[in-house]
Design a protein around this ligand. Structure first.
Ligand code: ADP
Length: 187
């Protein structure tokens, strides 16, 4: 089974993905994590994306599509992928559908975590103080939120038309959201 965890930055996608990895032995494919690893390693790719990420803008479709494609065999071997932070544009969504179709596979479900902007801003303020993730600063976070609203939210009708979209309340505790996800996966 292949799942997309969909939602704005700081909605809790990464937290829930990690839980599903443990409980269902699926593979988490987080383009954000892959890009941060590239920066940490000092690679050419890392140098190319560092500034863009720090400002809160999206890196190019070409880069993230290639990162995902590399990891599909591993996810397939594990029995499924949890896409976290990918796709973020319509071009990425279409590329993902094509890459999976080529492998005789597909997206089964898109779980949307709904969290309102005020709570997102509160969460990320707390997280910035703790983690110091450079793109969690208030200015960059605003850019990330507009990138979500302008470029990523338009994917919702795309998945709705494919009848794959399930909307979940992402405002509760980690356990409440986890329970909502389990319910959706059972149904
Ligand atoms: P969050 O969901 O909290 O915003 P991520 O770790 O998913 O954090 O992403 C961090 C940053 O990495 C994004 O703001 C963007 O610059 C870059 N990024 C991650 N995934 C993508 C993607 N699919 N397309 C373009 N840029 C991406």
């Amino acid at each position: 089974m292949n799942l997309i965890l969909f939602g704005p930055p700081a909605a809790g996608k990464g937290t829930q993905a990690k839980r599903l990895v443990e409980s269902r032995k699926m593979v988490q494919l987080s383009t954000g994590d892959m890009l941060r690893a590239a920066i940490a390693s000092g690679s050419e790719l890392g140098k190319r994306v560092e500034g863009v990420m720090q400002r809160g803008e999206l890196v190019t479709d070409e880069i993230v599509i290639a990162l995902i494609e590399e990891r599909l065999p591993e996810a397939e071997a594990a029995g499924g992928a949890i896409f976290d932070g990918f796709p973020r544009t319509l071009a990425q969504a279409k590329a993902l559908d094509e890459m999976l179709a080529k492998r005789g596979s597909r997206i089964d479900l898109v779980l949307r975590l709904k969290v309102d902007d005020e709570q997102l801003l509160n969460r990320v303020a707390g997280r910035f103080a703790e983690s110091g993730r450079p793109d969690d600063n208030p200015e960059s976070f605003k850019v990330r939120l507009s990138a979500y609203n302008d470029q990523t939210a338009p994917l919702l009708p795309y998945y709705q038309d494919q009848e794959k979209l399930v909307e979940l309340d992402g405002m509760g505790s980690i356990e409440d959201v986890a329970a909502g996800i389990d319910q959706a996966l059972k149904a």
